[in-house]
Design a protein around this ligand. Sequence first.
Ligand code: PMP
Length: 310
Amino acid sequence: MNCSKDQHFSQGTLTPFGKIEVNPSSGILNYGQGLFEGLKAHRTANGRILLFRPEENAMRMKVGAKRMCMQAPTVEQFVNAVKQTVHSNKRWVPPPGKGAMYIRPLLMGSGPVLGVAPASEYTFITYASPVGNYHKGVLNLIVEEKFRRAIPGGTGGVKAVTNYAIIYKPIAEAKAKGFTDVLFLNAEKYIEEVSTTNIFLVKGNEILTPPTSGTILPGITRKSIIEITHVLGYQVKERAIPVGELFDAEEVFCTGTAVGVNSVNSITYQDTRIAYKRGAGTVGQKLYEMLTGIQTGRIEDKMGWTVELD
Ligand code: PMP
């Protein structure tokens, strides 16, 4: 089984959104050999269209491809495909304040394979859809101890498609009890992440977030927040956080492409509901303003994060 065959992608084509043909014995259908990404394009007040750090998504897909024994597109191929997809759907990018264009790059083992082995061929697709503004949702989380999202040595640290169907049940159970989403722990009862967002705790002058040591997805929003938080006079400490520290935090917020930065209203742990500060003046709110300001061109992008569409 060779994980590192040197192959290349042939040039793709732009087609109207529709069905694709999949080989019944493909790696993706039989063994879940697939990875995806998610990023957004925003329209600025003066009509420009900005992508946010697309090369970070490309690099994360490359890391994931190594773990999943797949052939990945180069950073350039990835970013070009994303740009072309947005370009050809330009008119659907919502006006400022009305949401964004969400782009979904998808890499799959498309070649036939009968035994448990990497597929012989890979297909890379990008598609896009306008999305609304998710930020306004109130987050009431429940700590899940019965289920794990990831295990050490597994694929929790990459964006494998197989990481997601396994959280449907914990999310469904949380929703049935009236919660919005699940906060996952590891086996040692340390905080990991929420189903599609990373988590941060604010304790006095400290902002804490768990390290991405293999079982947590290294979010691009998480990385960006760590890089800009010093502007507000804070420094983020990446360290293991025992679940008990949820009781000492004044504020908790989640980060991800879909939500940007979303303050958490409450977390329920073993039947105790812990409420957090939200709204005006909170660190989460300030970071949300800063991040979305850069993403939408309202705030000057001193970090060089945005990529303008030609
Ligand atoms: N964790 C998981 C499991 C996710 O699926 C996502 C969404 N990609 C995130 C965290 C946040 O990552 P990002 O900031 O890159 O969207």
